[in-house]
Design a protein around this ligand. Structure first.
Ligand code: F6P
Length: 351
């Protein structure tokens, strides 16, 4: 067989481990050829690819990012997108395509399979950990580890200066990174999109801490966190680049800015010295943790097994401790957000 592979959407530590596993088992185990498309869906749209070999994928296991590069190209943004992909797959004599991605990339994979009958299967990835059908995505553990280390460092300087430190982390509309790094880093307040916050309650918790003799505080806020309606004016996202807003080809606005807002509001309301740190893409860069390397490797092996078996329209997923094949549509049917009880449990440590 000849199998194509691409990585789409935001990059994520562990992508190279998936590619390596697909190539290693695909070539050595099955005798297949593996074609790597470049820059996400741009690759199969524009026939941008390279043949992947065991030699060309040596040494990539601990490397962050993706050797195939990535993009947020949406093939459905152009009318002839699916037909172009089908034509290029035919030209390259491909039997199928493995799309490694998150909500958007896998959403396209689902449609290409269901609506255009293309032989596509998916592998779930994202640092946000917000995909359905799987208990966890690779990249998340690494992002949490990086954010936790940052919180640990901010702790010592916060304590030295009696400061309130705000740490803004990624996660889009899911609070997983904030919740886990906040718990692991011993944050005093954690704010997530699933639970709109009351600024007065945040201020009360910080004041209570001070009144108990702890003169510094750490607030971890997810980039998508929002105040309760009517409690605080936020700038809000905008689709107009001229007005400071940016949307990608899938219509997602660029998030961020809540850290700065909290810095101002908490500083003004408490009179405490307050500083914000935005971790940004540091959370996506660098080497994957051992956990993510192993999870990504297991998913890559399961993906090439599924391709060999012609299980198009499916994706390998982590279910409990096992890797199982689930329908690709499960990944994108619903955003996997933090359940209320998990957030409530973390509240035991607030203030
Ligand atoms: O989905 C992963 C993610 O890192 C989100 O947490 C974040 O909102 C977004 O991607 C940032 O995207 P970009 O790298 O395109 O700015």
């Amino acid at each position: 067989m000849r199998i194509g592979v691409l990585t789409g959407g935001g990059d994520c530590p562990g992508l190279n481990a998936v590619i390596r596993a697909i190539v290693r088992k695909g070539i050595d185990g099955y005798g297949h050829a593996i074609v790597g498309f470049l820059d996400g869906w741009r690759g199969p749209l524009e026939n941008a690819y390279e043949e992947l070999t065991i030699d060309s994928t040596r040494g990539i296991l601990p490397r962050g990012g993706t050797i195939l590069r990535s993009s947020r190209t949406n093939p459905f943004k152009r009318g002839d997108g699916p037909a172009l992909i089908a034509a290029n797959m035919r030209t390259l004599n491909l039997d199928g395509l493995i799309a490694i991605g998150g909500e958007d990339t896998l959403g396209c994979a689902v449609r290409l399979h269901a609506e255009h009958d293309l032989a596509v299967l998916g592998v779930p990835k994202t640092i946000d950990n917000d995909l359905g059908g799987t208990d966890m995505t690779f990249g998340f553990d690494t992002a949490v580890q990086i954010a936790t280390e940052a919180i640990d460092r901010l702790h010592t300087t916060a304590e030295s200066h009696n400061r309130v430190m705000i740490v803004e982390v990624m996660g889009r509309h899911a609070g997983w990174i904030a919740l886990h790094s906040g718990l692991a880093g011993g944050a005093d307040v954690i704010l997530i999109p699933e639970h709109p916050f009351d600024i007065e309650e945040v201020v009360r918790l910080i004041r209570r801490r001070h009144s108990r003799g702890r003169f510094f505080s750490i607030v971890v806020v997810a980039e998508g966190a929002v105040p309760q309606e009517g409690t605080l004016q936020t700038p809000g996202p905008s689709a107009e680049p001229a007005a400071g807003g940016v949307r990608d080809e899938f219509g997602h606005e660029r998030l961020g800015g809540i850290g700065q807002l909290l810095e101002r509001e908490i500083g003004q309301r408490t009179g405490f010295d307050t500083r914000a740190t935005v971790l940004g893409h540091i959370q996506r860069g660098g080497t994957p943790t051992a956990f993510d390397r192993v999870l990504a490797t297991r998913l890559g092996l399961a993906a090439i097994d599924a391709a060999d078996d012609g299980r198009w329209g499916m994706m390998p997923a982590l279910r409990g401790t096992r890797i199982e094949l689930v329908p690709l549509g499960d990944a994108v049917a619903e955003l996997r957000t933090v359940p209320a009880e998990e957030y409530a449990a973390a509240e035991a440590f607030f203030g």
